[in-house]
Write a protein that binds this ligand. Structure first.
Ligand code: C5P
Length: 405
C-alpha cells in the first residue's frame, strides 16, 4: 500500500521553466494517493496556468495571500497546519534565497515560515546560478534550518547549457516522498556499502578481461536498502544502469580500485553487500602498446595473476561489518554456497543458479536462496527489483536480530 495515501502535500511552484513538469508531478502524487494543494508564485503563472493545475489537482489553486474568498475558506495558517509536508518544485534561486533569509513576501514563502511540516526543496536553475557562492550559501542555510534538498540533477538545460541545475524528475520526487512517509524502515540509520557490476582488467590499451554482469541486481538492492531507510554507497564497475535516487555512486574499473574504495569506507559501514562479479584474475602486466596479431602463431597465452578477494578482505578487517556475499553457481548450488559462506567468513550468503537462463546474470529476473548461521530461505523467481526488496527485508531481519542484546 502506498505510504502517500491520504497524505496532504502542499506543493509550491515557483517561476522556472521546469514548472512545465509540475502538472505531471501533481498527477503522480495523486496517483500515489496524496491530496495536493497547489500554490503558485506570481512568476510561476508565466510558465503554468492555474487552470491546468486546478484540473490535475482537483482543487482551486492558491496564488495570493490577499485572495479574500480563498482565505475565508482556508486561511494561510490553516493551510500551513493542514500540510503533512511542503514541497517546493521547482524552487528557483530567488525562492531559495528568500527561504534562507526568512522572507515572507508572498503566499508560498509565508506558508514556508508558518508550517511545522517538513519542507522539501527541489532546486531548478541555470548551472551558473547553481554554482554561485550566494546560492551555495543559501542552500547550506536552508539545509541547516532543516529543509530537505532534493537534487539538482546534472544534464542539458532549457537555456542550452549543460551542468548541475536540472530539476529531479517527478517520479524521483514522488519516490523520495514515499520513502519519507514509509514508517516501517527496517534499516533506518544503517550505513550500507554495496559493490555491483563487473570489474575490467586491462590487457593492453584496447582490450580487457571482464564478464557479463549487468549491475542490475546490485543497483536494485541499493535502491531497496535506501527505501528501507539506509544510507547507501554503491561502488560499481562499468555498467549502464541509472543511479538510484539518493544513493551515493562511486565508479571504478578494476578490482584493485574497487577494493580501495571499499576499504576506505569500512569504518563507517554497518552492512557490506558484495554483489560485484569481480574478475578473479588479471593479466600479470598490462602491455603499453596494442598487442599485435602474429600470423605465424596459431596459439598464444596470457599470464594471469590473482585479484584481491574484496569480500574476504572485508571479513578479515578488525571490526568487520555484517557481511553479505553472493554465490552464482552452475552446479550443487546450495552445497557450494554453504561452503563459500564458511570459506569467506560471511554472515549471510545469497545463492542463485546461473545455469538457469531465466534468472541471474544478464536477465531481469532472479530466484535466490539466503543462507545464514541459523536458517535458510528461498525467495521464488521475481523481477530483480521485487526480489531485492525481499532480500533487503531478510537481511534486515537477520542483522537486527543480531543487534539485540
Ligand atoms: O568466489 P566467488 O566469486 O564465487 O564469490 C562471490 C562473492 O564474493 C560475491 O559476493 C562477490 O561480490 C565476492 N567477491 C569479491 N571479490 C572477489 C571475488 C568475489 O568480493 N575477488
Amino acid at each position: 500500500m502506498s505510504a502517500l495515501i491520504g497524505k496532504n502535500i502542499l506543493l509550491g511552484i515557483t517561476g522556472g521553466i521546469a514548472a512545465y513538469k509540475a502538472p505531471t508531478l501533481v498527477r503522480q502524487l495523486r496517483a500515489a494517493g496524496a491530496n495536493v494543494q497547489v500554490v503558485l508564485t506570481e512568476s510561476a503563472q508565466k510558465f503554468v496556468t492555474t487552470t491546468t493545475l486546478q484540473a490535475v489537482s482537483g482543487v482551486a489553486v492558491r496564488v495570493s495571500i490577499w485572495d479574500e474568498a480563498a482565505e475565508s475558506a482556508m486561511g494561510h495558517i490553516e493551510l500551513a497546519r493542514w500540510a503533512d509536508c511542503l514541497l517546493i518544485a521547482p524552487a528557483t534561486a530567488n525562492n531559495i534565497s528568500k527561504l534562507a533569509n526568512g522572507i515572507a513576501d508572498d503566499l508560498l514563502t509565508t506558508l514556508a515560515l508558518a508550517t511545522q511540516a517538513p519542507i522539501f526543496i527541489v532546486p531548478a536553475m541555470n548551472q551558473q546560478m547553481w554554482s554561485k557562492p550566494a546560492t551555495a550559501r543559501n542552500i547550506q542555510q536552508i539545509k541547516s534550518d532543516g529543509a530537505i534538498v532534493l537534487g539538482p540533477a546534472s544534464g542539458s538545460q532549457a537555456c542550452g547549457e549543460t551542468g548541475l541545475g536540472r530539476m529531479l524528475e517527478p517520479e524521483q520526487i514522488v519516490d523520495t516522498l514515499l520513502v519519507h512517509f514509509t514508517t516501517n524502515q527496517a534499516l533506518k540509520g544503517q550505513r550500507v556499502v554495496i559493490t555491483a557490476g563487473p570489474t575490467r582488467e586491462a590487457i593492453d590499451p584496447v582490450r580487457f578481461i571482464s564478464n557479463h554482469s549487468s549491475g542490475r541486481q546490485g543497483f536494485a538492492l541499493a535502491d531497496a536498502a535506501r527505501k528501507a531507510g539506509a544510507e547507501v554507497c554503491l561502488i560499481c564497475g562499468p555498467v549502464n544502469v541509472e543511479t538510484p535516487n539518493q544513493v551515493e555512486r562511486i565508479n571504478v574499473v578494476t578490482a584493485q580500485q574497487m577494493l580501495n574504495e571499499v576499504m576506505s569506507r569500512l569504518e563507517n559501514c554497518d552492512i557490506f553487500i558484495g554483489v560485484a562479479a569481480v574478475a578473479d584474475y588479471k593479466p600479470e602486466s598490462i602491455a603499453t602498446q596494442k598487442i599485435k596479431k602474429c600470423p605465424e602463431n596459431k596459439n598464444t597465452s596470457l599470464n594471469l595473476v590473482e585479484n584481491p578477494d574484496i569480500i574476504k578482505s572485508v571479513t578479515q578487517c578488525t571490526r568487520p561489518p555484517f557481511t553479505v556475499g553472493f554465490a552464482a553457481e552452475t552446479e550443487n548450488a546450495l552445497e557450494n554456497a554453504r561452503a563459500k559462506k564458511q570459506r569467506k567468513n560471511l554472515d549471510l550468503i545469497i545463492v542463485n543458479d546461473v545455469s538457469d537462463i531465466r534468472i541471474g546474470f544478464d536477465s531481469t529476473e532472479n530466484e535466490v536462496t539466503l543462507i545464514w548461521d541459523s536458517g535458510e530461505q528461498l525467495l521464488k523467481r521475481a523481477p530483480k527489483n521485487e526480489i531485492s526488496q525481499s532480500i533487503i527485508n531478510s537481511i534486515a531481519d537477520v542483522f537486527n536480530s543480531l543487534q539485540k542484546p
